[in-house]
Each structure stands twice: as C-alpha cells, then as structure tokens.
Design a protein around this ligand. Structure first.
Ligand code: 13P
Ligand code: SF4
Length: 300
C-alpha cells in the first residue's frame, strides 16, 4: 500500500482533518482536506469541530489552530518547521515595548508566536491587513510587528503612519527588483503578482501585491493567461493545478521557504499513527492569545 493510501485510511480511522498551507510540498497539498492561506486556515481550524487536526505549515500557524480550536488535538507533524520572521519578535522585547509605550496599539501580523499574541491588541494576516488597519481610529499611534515590509506596504497604501518592528521574511526579502525585471523581460505582457511581504521596491514593479489566497483568487478571475509569481514557489503548484489553461512563471532564483518544505508525507503518517507531536499551550496563553485573533476574525 502506498503512503498516500495509508495516510487516508488512518485519517478516516482517527476522524482527522488535514490542513495545509499553500507553500507546502505538492504531495502534502494533495493529501490535505483543505489547502489555504493563513487566514483561511485559521477560519477552517475554528469552524471544523474535528477531534484531530493535522496542521501542515509552520509552527505559528499550528499554534493559531490550537488557540482557535482548543478542544481539538492539533498535531504539528514536524515541530522543527518554524517561521524565522515570527521569531524576530521576541517576548522580552515586545514586553519592554508595551511597557514603554502604553498608549500605542500593537498590531501583530499573525506570523508571531502564541506568547507574543498574548501581549498585542489585534492581529492581521496579509489577507485582511487593510481591513484591520482601517478599523483602528485615525490618529491612533500604532506599532506594526514583526514584518517591516508588510507594514511599509500597508502604510503607503492607506497613508497611515505606523512604527515598524525591524523584522522580515528571509524568503521574500531575497526577491529583488532585478529578479522581477528579469522575469518581466522574459514574459513581457504577463501580469506580475507579488506577496505583500516583499520589499516596497518590488511591490512598486508589480500589478498586484496580495496574500497567497488573494493571488489564487486574482489569477482565477483575471482575463490574462500569463502570470509572474513573486512569492514562495509552492503556490505555483496550486496555481497550475487549478488553472490548467493559464501559465505561471516562478522567479529565478526560486523563492523557497525551507521551513514549509520540512513537512514530509512520512511526518504526516507518523503523526497520525502516534498522535504526536501535539501542540501544547498553557490554558492562560490560549485564552489571552485568542482575543487579538478573534478581533481580526470579526473583521471579515
Ligand atoms: P499568507 O497569509 O498569504 O498565506 O502568507 C503567510 C506567509 O507566511 C507568507 O510568507
Ligand atoms: Fe515565515 Fe517567510 Fe516562510 Fe512565510 S515564507 S513562513 S513568513 S519564513
């Protein structure tokens, strides 16, 4: 029996739901019940009522699933899959900032640890960041953490000044204007879609700057047949699968998130067999971290 069949059989026995992010390996996306961006995955985790969730993505995403579905067992098949950007906002530094700036709203990208979420006012993802930012009264001082690129892109689009935490995504930061220009000269006339985590100089060359879910929606409905994709290349697998009549060019060098690629089919099978490793968070952390996430979900 192939590993894919074994996973499907065990999944049924366990009444498990497999959730996977758009950047995971193709075989993980194919094994999943639902593939999505970080916002869509949060909503699924909250609403699924499954006793067991196998979360294929990086750690902060699995933690978010546990926070929103605390009665489910949430398995993170490879606990070494973390997000370096999330780790750039460390608890003592955020605590210090909070203490020294009592009147400032802390707006946290969902790419933060559960412990940091307990200290912030509201969360956002790249799929809802504009709506969340617009919900904060004009004139209110805001610290956006940890992604300075996303913060700068939002700030410029909505003309809202914000203080920015000096974090970044190593994968998206490696995408330069030169790399985009090279792709554009290879495919003149193609639409360029980039992720909002890219540097503003890259966003300036794009037709659209979106979340991964936003890029999927846009490519599906746009009349154009050719797209240059400025994000982690796992998304290109899904774009091609869902739009066989369209063409998608990934960048060179290929943007890869090594952490998203750490989750293998073996890891998923062993997680389902052993019911481990499970995401464990103290009850107090779940309760406090849920507040800023629920505020953001109420925005939808
Ligand atoms: P999305 O919310 O667009 O899926 O992005 C998550 C992420 O980590 C991008 O690097
Ligand atoms: Fe984190 Fe970047 Fe990987 Fe997204 S692509 S999970 S932000 S390191």
């Amino acid at each position: 029996m192939g590993i894919e069949t074994e996973i499907q059989q065990l999944k049924q026995q366990r009444q498990a739901l497999i959730l996977a992010h758009n950047y995971t390996l193709p075989e993980i996306q194919d094994a999943a019940d639902f593939v999505g961006d970080s916002l869509e995955l949060s909503v699924r985790a909250r609403d699924c009522q499954a006793p067991l969730i196998v979360f294929c993505g990086v750690r902060f995403m699995a933690e978010t699933a546990k926070i929103l579905s605390p009665d489910s067992v949430v398995l993170h098949p490879n606990p070494r899959a973390g997000c370096p950007m999330a780790d750039m906002a460390e608890v003592p530094a955020v605590e210090r900032y909070r203490r020294d700036n009592p009147g400032t709203v802390l707006l946290a990208y969902v790419n933060t640890t559960a412990a940091v979420k307990t200290m912030v006012d509201i969360c956002c993802t790249s799929g809802n960041a504009e709506a969340v930012l617009k919900s904060i009264p004009a004139g209110q001082k805001i610290m956006f953490l940890p992604d300075a690129n996303l913060g700068r892109n939002l700030s410029a689009k909505l003309a809202r000044p914000m203080e920015l935490w000096p974090g970044f995504c190593p994968t998206h930061n490696r995408i330069t204007p030169e790399i985009i220009r090279k792709a554009q000269s290879q495919w003149p006339g193609a639409l360029t879609l980039v992720h909002l985590e890219c540097h503003p100089s890259v966003v300036a060359l794009a037709d659209q700057a979106l979340s991964t879910g936003g890029m999927l929606k846009y490519a599906r409905s746009a009349a154009s047949k050719r797209f240059i994709i400025g994000t982690e290349s796992g998304l290109v697998y899904r774009l091609k699968k869902e739009n066989p009549d369209k063409e998608f060019l990934t960048l060179s060098p290929e943007p890869l998130c090594p952490n998203m690629k750490k989750i293998s089919l073996d890891d998923v099978l062993f997680a389902l067999r052993d019911l481990a490793p499970a995401v464990e968070l103290p009850g107090e952390v779940i309760e406090k971290a849920r507040r800023p996430i629920e505020k953001m979900l109420a925005m939808k």
